[in-house]
Design a protein around this ligand. Structure first.
Ligand code: NAI
Length: 391
């Protein structure tokens, strides 16, 4: 597997192109296929331009860039992928279309080939169910931009062969990535655990506790987050961010913890989606940089602790439900979304009892299930245990 097997990339959009670059950079011959005429050629042209910039910046030598590009070839038909030992699907996020593709791939690929999906929101088990050999189907969830973000969530489905995740994690390491392994559950690690960063911040805004710019400033200055939640939602696109929230909420059978917010729904309906439309929660039409507001230190502290309590609770509950190991849960948030610390390590600083009390106070005040503390956080609070070691 660690040898230079041929890699097939299906879908030459944002993710497919980024992953193709990563695989080619690791020395693999890569074949790219897309149903949209001209898509692969456009992707290769874009990649060429990116590499030119990287050569100019001294990040690549000309020879390295040329060799990388020389390893990626367009596939005129899906059948051209027959030599691939691993295919990574990065096509449209639609279960029926993905299922159809995977059944077609099974007919083309050799018996030993691995079929991976880069899906963000669909169950790997559901995609694999269409296959005759679901044991060789796995999730390899990269983050955007794939050549820059180190995290890859490796997601075995219910029917994935034992040992395949370790093999894939090994390959991802060989590609210079930081793999984490997680259960086939909605949002995997990052898109699940990060939900309160957005949802609780919007809730704080809706209650009139602070304006958006002040909430952003609080989480950056006190929490050490690189971006505030509102500017980050504007960067991601509120349509995309809302779609992820909605899909996680639905996939958890409408657990109120993940409930989308009306504020974001209206924002999307207004067409002010964020940076890509020059207007989201903030205005991006002018060239002037926004000045950070002065936020009362006590208010900044309260805002940050409320959002952090919800994030820590989410990470603790994911550990409670064995979605991933504590190490992988922390690593995923640092490497996938640039959090300044792992949430469980963060929880340890003040201890589980502190965060459990915060959540209880919120639940008592609002009477909402949204604020229920994870049984694991409560158990640890009772025993004064630490997530990363024993006190
Ligand atoms: P995109 O829209 O940029 O690219 C999708 C490409 O797939 C298009 O070029 C389209 O022509 C092609 N395509 C559609 N149906 C096809 C088919 N049946 N066969 C071959 N090609 C087909 O989409 P993007 O953003 O690259 O996302 C792709 C996948 O990666 C989705 O499953 C998405 O959930 C996932 N993902 C996206 C991330 C992101 O930040 N954009 C991050 C991680 C995962």
């Amino acid at each position: 597997m660690e040898g230079r097997i041929h890699i097939g990339l299906i879908g030459a959009g944002t993710m497919g192109t980024g992953i193709a670059q990563v695989a080619a950079q690791a020395g693999h011959p890569v074949l790219m296929f897309d149903t949209r005429p001209g898509a692969v050629e456009a992707a290769l042209k874009g990649l060429h331009a990116t590499l030119e910039k990287l050569v100019a910046k001294g990040k690549f030598t000309r020879a390295e860039a040329d060799a990388l590009l020389g390893r990626i070839r367009p596939a005129a038909a899906l059948g051209d992928l027959s030599s691939c030992g691993l295919t990574i699907e990065a096509i449209v996020e639609n279960l029926d279309i993905k299922k159809k593709l995977f059944t077609q791939l099974e007919e083309i690929l050799g018996a030993d080939a691995i079929l991976a999906s880069n899906t963000s929101s669909l169950a790997i088990t559901a995609i694999a169910a269409a296959c005759e050999h679901p044991e060789r189907v796995i999730g390899l969830h990269f983050f955007n931009p794939a050549p820059v973000m180190p995290l890859v969530e490796v997601v075995p489905g219910l029917l994935t062969a034992p040992g395949l995740s370790e093999r894939c994690a090994g390959l991802m390491r060989a590609w210079g990535k930081e793999p984490v392994t997680c259960k086939d559950t909605p949002g995997f690690i990052v898109n699940r655990v990060a939900r309160p960063f957005y949802g609780e911040s919007i809730r704080i805004y809706e209650e009139g506790i602070a304006d958006m710019a002040s909430i952003d400033q609080a989480l950056k200055s006190v929490g050490g987050f690189r971006m505030g939640p509102f500017e980050l939602m504007d960067l991601i696109g509120n349509d995309i961010n809302l779609a992820v929230t909605r899909s996680v909420w639905e996939a958890f059978f409408y657990d109120p913890r993940y409930k989308p917010s009306l504020t974001q729904q209206r924002q999307v309906e207004s067409g002010r989606l964020g940076r890509k439309t020059n207007q989201g929660y903030f205005d991006y039409s002018g060239s002037a940089a926004r000045t950070a507001p002065e936020v009362d230190p006590d208010l900044a502290h309260s805002i940050t602790e409320r959002v952090l309590a919800m994030l820590i609770n989410e990470a603790a509950d994911a550990l409670f439900l064995q979605v991933a190991s504590k190490e992988d849960l922390d690593l995923a948030m640092i490497k996938g979304v640039n959090y300044p610390k792992g949430l469980l390590a963060w929880a340890d600083e003040k201890g589980a009892a502190y965060w459990s009390r915060k959540l209880d106070a919120l639940q008592a005040e609002y009477g909402e299930d949204r604020y229920r503390a994870s049984p694991l956080l409560r158990r640890m609070a009772r025993t004064s245990a630490q997530f990363h070691g024993v006190k």
